[in-house]
Ligand binder design. Structure first.
Ligand code: GDP
Length: 473
């Protein structure tokens, strides 16, 4: 808080002059080098120079208090991740008091009679974990690696180990299905050890617990192990001050609008505050805990559902608190611009990654050919019809990426954009562009397709795909 331009320059490695220019660009005054900036202005400026702003948030000087661990359950498909989460959820005191009914928030807390508690992310699997990490959300403190005692270590078990290792998150192993006659926990341990996991009973520090999610045995041992792990990690957070939080799940509710499940990492989130979430913003209208009870505030590691957002955020988005609506809008707009710029850059570099990941089996998809397309049409309805039709061409081999749509004739800026992202341009039911534009397109090797019949358009695009992707013909 209260960082100056000069300090920001040190942290970002940019010159103060550059930063002052950016300040003006985002509509701020050009402050003197030694004038403190508010957190969100500092963040916005840092963002504009490509620094992930979370890093510049400072907890210096704040009092840190112990906080509960946030745990993700991972493992091979069918090894019992979901069953284990269900069983753990039922061990919570609050869940018992609420008659076992908790709403699905994407996370839940197990509070134990000892007073300790553990927060579990309720979306098992690697895709969720990777998606969060890809957005820089270091939400998970500990991974529970579920391995079925009869099946042993499988492909996704190893994947989960790699994910945890890459994220530098410690593992606690839960050998599940120990009730089964074919269960052989010792074999699993040997397998894990041979994969490089330093198990505690072999002199390492990875705890192993034998459980049965179905018979609900060993669950308290698992919880104890997680608390012990958390204790060793000395997890602490600042409680006072503005919250830093992450979205773990978001959905659109017909009556209540966009809802997000948030987990606070530091500080306290309070009802009524203005927040920026990813590139969206809002004012927190209501906070609910996992049994649906209204709360006034949320503290570190407490999963809550927040209401009052203007748009739907994504899992892994960060949440920051800002002081006013104006700030929230400004930061949100700044981030939208930045995301759009990044997106266009990625498209032009041809590294647009596809969100095809389904839980677990995300890999080994055949390489998809991406086809960026710009659509111009006479009226909005036609634009929609044309983009819908083009999207029907999507397949495991082909990704039709509609990078831009618009009403009206093909313009110079369409050609520029097409050039930037290697797209072709579809003009549907519009006048042919003047020769200056078609010449520019030819020079930039941009294909323009003019059509009045959807069927012909699809045929034309289909031919283009065959050209683009040798091997599909
Ligand atoms: P996930 O794919 O990892 O989420 O696995 P599920 O939780 O869906 O479990 C897969 C199957 O294993 C289901 O039929 C469960 O009933 C069964 N299962 C899960 N845990 C246990 C267990 O502890 N013992 C036994 N016998 N079966 C289990």
């Amino acid at each position: 808080e209260g960082m100056t331009v000069s300090e920001l320059a040190k942290r970002t490695g940019e010159s103060t002059v550059t930063l002052q220019d950016i300040l003006v660009n985002v509509g701020e005054k050009a402050e003197s080098e030694f004038e403190p900036l508010s957190i969100d202005v500092a963040e916005l400026v840092a963002m504009e120079v490509g620094i992930n702003a979370r890093r510049i948030h400072s907890n210096e000087g704040a009092e840190l208090l112990p906080r509960p661990p946030v745990v993700t359950v991972m493992g091979h498909v069918d090894h019992g991740k979901t069953s284990l989460l269900d069983a753990l959820r039922q061990t919570s005191v609050a869940a018992k008091e609420a008659g076992g009914i908790t709403q699905h928030l994407g996370a839940f807390v197990v509070d134990m009679s000892s007073g300790a508690s553990i927060t579990f992310l309720d979306t098992p699997g690697h895709a969720a974990f990777s998606a969060m990490r890809a957005r820089g959300a270091a939400v998970t403190d500990i991974v529970v690696l579920v391995v079925a005692a009869d099946d042993g270590v499988m492909r996704q078990t190893l994947e989960a180990m790699s994910h945890a290792k890459a994220a530098n998150v410690p593992i606690v192993v839960a050998i599940n299905k120990c009730d089964k006659p074919a269960a052989n926990p010792d074999r699993v341990k040997i397998q894990l050890a041979s994969e490089g996991l330093q198990l505690e009973e072999m002199g390492g520090d990875v705890q192993v617990v034998e459980v049965s999610a179905v018979q609900k045995t060993g669950l308290d041992n698992l919880e104890e192990a997680l608390l012990l792990q958390a204790e060793m990690m000395n997890l602490k957070a600042r409680i006072d001050g503005p919250a830093q939080a992450y979205v773990v799940e978001a959905r659109l509710d017909k009556g209540r609008g966009p809802l997000a499940t948030a987990i606070v990492k530091a500080g306290t989130l309070v009802c009524g505050q203005y927040v920026v979430i990813g590139s969206e913003w809002g004012r927190i209208r209501a906070i609910r805990d996992m049994i649906g009870k209204l709360a006034v505030q949320a503290r570190p590691a407490m999963p809550v559902e927040i209401e009052g957002l203007k748009g739907l955020p994504m899992a892994g988005d960060d949440i920051i608190v800002v002081e006013s609506e104006e700030r929230a809008k400004m930061l949100s707009a700044g981030r939208k611009r930045k995301f759009e710029k990044d997106r266009l850059r990625k498209i032009s570099e041809g590294i647009e990654t596809l969100e095809t990941c389904e839980d677990g089996d995300e890999e080994q998809l055949p390489k998809r050919v991406e086809m960026p397309i710009i659509v111009k049409a006479d009226v909005q309805g036609t634009v929609q019809a044309v983009t819908d039709a083009l999207r029907t061409l999507n397949s495991p081999q082909l990704y039709v990426n509609i990078v831009h749509v618009g009403v009206g004739p093909i313009s110079h800026s369409d050609v520029d954009l097409a050039q930037a992202c290697g797209a072709c341009i579809v003009g549907f039911n519009v006048k042919s562009p003047p020769s200056s534009i078609s010449q520019a397109a030819i020079q930039a090797s941009i294909k323009i397709m003019m059509h009045r019949v959807i069927y012909h358009l699809l045929e034309d695009v289909g031919n283009l795909i065959v050209d683009k992707a040798p091997g599909t013909s």
